[in-house]
Design a protein around this ligand. Structure first.
Ligand code: GLU
Length: 440
């Protein structure tokens, strides 16, 4: 057992609900959410204090301010980040986020989650996360290209195929990755596709990468519904967030026969107990760019969506949306965390106490993206490309193995599924650190 002495005392205080609701800062910032998760896991694993010290802060925090010329000739100054949490198991790995709420604390939390996620799936990567604090929707394509290239230039040797490998995240996509790859390749003087993953197939991307996160979420939801003896054809799904992850998850679940009863994006959502035509919603999004006024049901806000009756609730947008306020009101049987960190710690305790909701924690649920990123990087390193079926069957094999280990850990130590996943991931990092020792 790599994670040392696991303690069995996983009891939750009976006053959790009242205490959580009374705490004004219960939502915390994402770093404090992740820090509390590490603290809890460390306690249950009796993690060595030395390893805990190392894991409680990222190794590197890169902050850059860089000017970019706008289409009208003005210069704007942007703040970009790359947080490198840990690289004991391999190069730092994780997405680049373009969003106005990007902050150092958020990225510190997200980068730690990437370390546990890679380790949980036995992928030889560490964890990182980066981003730029701005709203990409307010910029033209040519401005986005200049912002991306200037950011990549400013990152310099802080990224690289053997050192730190970015990927898409909230607000970025394949095109952004192609610009990053091209800028980096021009710097080093040779084509270097492996510096980023999530690229278009035309420039070294992998089959199946674009839909990988959503496909992984849908696959695991199907597996857990099976365990719960609930046929996927009888399941109803409410899904918050209709970006790459949300829309691909919705499509995959609809294809598996589930009924998608609610969807939303940042402009609001729609609820239809009879089911929503996801292809129609996607076509609408393509022409209108937002779901607002899509119709096809009654309008709901993002907050209302979370409390709708459904079999599966899937937060697939931003973090900390399941709070102590709405956790007691959730009406789902399965909570599938497609977003990173969607549940605050206080809300998590409430859900655990309720005992009537199965949770697929983020580090397990949304790992399809980083798993196929790993496949993409491997294909880039070998300059040998796989077919889609091979990618998908290898993805399923890794997800099956991770699910099995998490369920084993959960049963053995009577842990929540989140604690089981975290202790497995953190345990693997800790074991490697202990074996390698401290330099010098
Ligand atoms: N941004 C995704 C995540 O949070 C993908 C990361 C990657 O592929 O490196 O898992």
């Amino acid at each position: 057992m790599s994670q040392g002495n696991i303690q069995k005392d996983a009891a939750v205080s009976s006053s959790t609900v009242a205490a959580a609701a009374a705490t004004p800062a219960a939502k915390g910032n994402l770093y404090s959410v992740m820090q509390a998760q590490l603290d809890k896991a460390a306690k249950f694993m009796s993690l060595s204090p030395d390893v805990y010290t190392i894991l409680s802060q990222p190794k590197n925090e890169v902050i850059i301010n860089f000017p970019v010329r706008m289409d009208d000739g003005r210069y704007l100054l942007f703040k970009g980040y790359r947080v490198q949490h840990n690289n004991i198991l391999g190069p730092y790995k994780g997405g680049i986020r373009y969003h106005e709420d990007v902050s150092l604390d958020e990225l510190k939390g997200l980068s730690a989650a990437m370390t546990w996620k890679s380790a949980l799936h036995d992928i030889p990567f560490g964890g990182g996360k980066g981003g730029i604090k701005f709203n990409p929707r307010l910029h033209s394509k040519s401005e986005l290209e200049r912002i991306t290239r200037r950011y990549t230039h400013a990152l310099g040797q802080n990224i690289g195929p053997e050192f730190d490998i970015p990927a898409p995240d909230v607000g970025t996509n394949e095109q952004v990755m192609a610009w990053m790859m091209d800028t980096y390749s021009n710097h080093v003087g040779y084509i270097c596709p492996g510096v980023v993953t999530g690229k278009p197939i035309a420039v070294g991307g992998s089959q199946g990468r674009r839909e990988a996160t959503g496909a992984g979420v849908a696959y695991l939801v199907g597996k857990y519904l099976e365990d719960m003896k609930c046929p996927v054809r009888e399941a109803t799904v409410a899904l918050q967030g209709f970006g790459n992850v949300g829309s691909e998850t919705a499509l995959a679940l609809a294809e598996m026969g589930a009924k998608i009863v609610a969807i939303s994006d940042y402009t609001g959502g729609v609820h239809n107990p009879a089911g929503i035509d996801i292809r129609k919603a996607l076509a609408y999004l393509q022409s209108e760019r937002v779901l607002k006024d899509f119709g096809g049901g009654s309008p709901v806000t993002n907050e209302q969506l979370l409390e709708l009756p459904c079999t599966v609730l899937i937060p697939a947008a931003l973090e900390r949306v399941i709070t102590p306020e709405n956790a007691p009101k959730l009406r789902c049987r399965l909570l599938a965390e497609a977003a990173n960190g969607p549940t605050t710690n206080a809300a998590d305790r409430i859900i655990e106490e309720r005992g009537d909701i199965e949770v697929i924690p983020d580090v397990l649920c949304n790992s399809g993206g980083v798993i196929v990123s790993y496949f993409e990087w491997l294909q880039n390193q070998q300059s040998f490309y796989w077919g889609r079926d091979e990618v998908i069957s290898k993805l399923h094999a890794i997800l099956d193995k991770a699910k099995e280990s998490v369920e084993y850990q959960k049963r053995k130590f009577k842990f929540s599924r989140r604690l089981a996943a975290l202790t497995l991931g953190i345990g693997r990092v800790a074991e490697a650190k202990q074996k390698r020792g401290l330099f010098p």
